[in-house]
Design a protein around this ligand. Structure first.
Ligand code: PLP
Length: 353
């Protein structure tokens, strides 16, 4: 069986050593080494390790005092929209750019009104949103800006980690991500005041005996951090191997309609987080999925459905996102995926076209 992803597992003895260290100290939670290692690795000022990427988004929204209408993307995982709804905000969906699949910056201004307080955009598959244009708009209308960087760990833009932009960027460290802590996530900001709010909210809203505001428990544990510390040591090897698999897919699928080339993307280094292919129609996609499933290969329709079509959302049309969501498929991509399996997957895909 080949799934869309497979969690990377580090050397178990190395993991055991770190768990043993926590054991010996009887220190299982609260602010260990992972945060400082990640700050250094990513080159960011403040980073808070959280229980998952969804609570990271919710804390980010709270920390920036975001209320009312928030401009967001319909092409993301449901957690992006859920976090807004859970925090009492109204998501306002702006359609995506058909090339990058990220929010289309040229369509944002038309949706801004007096109720708009923020923009929440996703770096889809680890590719950057149009950061320059979005930041100009945020500044012009005095909107807060959060990037959902759940896919962006390891991507570099303009010589910086893609996780270092906006008022806040969040990330997910779920087991399916290329860097993970089994469950986990983080919140990143370069602003000291925002950082202080994040720190308080993540820890029940108090600092020792000083109670400042209602908070939540969004922390994570040393047991999860140990996984992250091991994987961080292996990251170069992981990125290299994902690049190998990506290049194999691209060369085997060359000449078909399935591959996409992102033009005009400069100053960018990719993390090889996903391998999405775009079919001509949903019917063609479903045929391919059936064919792969028959051979016990399970790609994922991701993202699907377009979030503006969720049953608990007031529908507004986003034709590009709805179209892409109906035709896009993420192929299996993980550390160590066999060349023979990539060959087999591509053979099925070609035969289903
Ligand atoms: C774009 C995006 N945002 C948010 C999340 C939520 O992260 P988590 O699963 O860690 O809560 C995910 C998870 O897959 C995601 O892909």
């Amino acid at each position: 069986m080949i799934n869309v992803t497979k969690a990377y597992l580090p050397d178990i003895d190395q993991y055991y050593q770190l768990i043993k260290r926590a054991w010996d100290k009887s220190w299982l939670t609260n602010n260990g080494e992972l945060e400082s290692r990640l700050k250094e690795f990513l080159g960011v000022k403040h980073l808070y390790f959280c229980s998952n990427g969804t609570i990271a988004l919710q804390i980010a929204i709270k920390a920036l005092g975001i209320k009312g209408e928030v401009i967001t993307t319909p092409f993301s995982y449901v957690a992006t929209t859920n976090a807004l709804l859970w925090e009492g905000c109204t998501p306002v969906f702006v359609d995506i750019d058909p090339d990058t699949f990220c929010i289309d910056p040229d369509k944002i201004e038309a949706s801004i009104n007096s109720e708009t307080t923020a923009i929440l955009a996703t770096h889809v598959y680890g590719y950057p949103c149009n950061i320059e244009k979005i930041e100009l708009i945020a500044r012009k209308y005095k909107l807060k800006l959060i990037y959902d960087g759940a896919h962006a760990f390891g991507s570099q833009f303009s010589g910086r980690s893609l996780l270092s932009f906006g008022n806040i960027t969040t990330c997910s460290f779920h087991a399916t991500k290329l860097f993970h802590t089994a469950e986990g996530g983080c919140i990143i900001t370069n602003n000291d005041e925002t950082a202080e709010q994040i720190r308080l909210i993540r820890q029940f809203g108090h600092h020792y005996d000083e109670y400042h505001r209602p908070g939540i428990n969004g922390k994570n544990s040393e047991l999860h951090a140990a996984m992250g510390l091991c994987i961080l040591d292996d990251l170069d090897k992981i990125l290299e191997d994902r690049k190998r698999a990506t290049q194999s897919y691209s060369s085997l699928l060359e000449g078909t309609q399935l591959t996409r080339k992102l033009v005009g993307l400069t100053s960018f280094e990719y993390n090889y987080a996903y391998y999405p292919v775009l079919f001509e129609s949903e019917e063609q996609l479903l045929n391919a999925v059936q064919r792969l499933n028959n051979d016990k290969i399970y790609p994922r329709r991701y993202f699907y459905p377009s979030l503006n079509t969720l049953p608990f959302i007031n529908y507004t049309r986003c034709s590009v996102s709805e179209d892409i969501a109906s035709r896009v498929l993420c192929l299996p991509l993980f550390y160590g995926i066999d060349e023979s399996d990539i060959n087999r997957i591509c053979r099925h895909l070609k035969m289903s076209l």
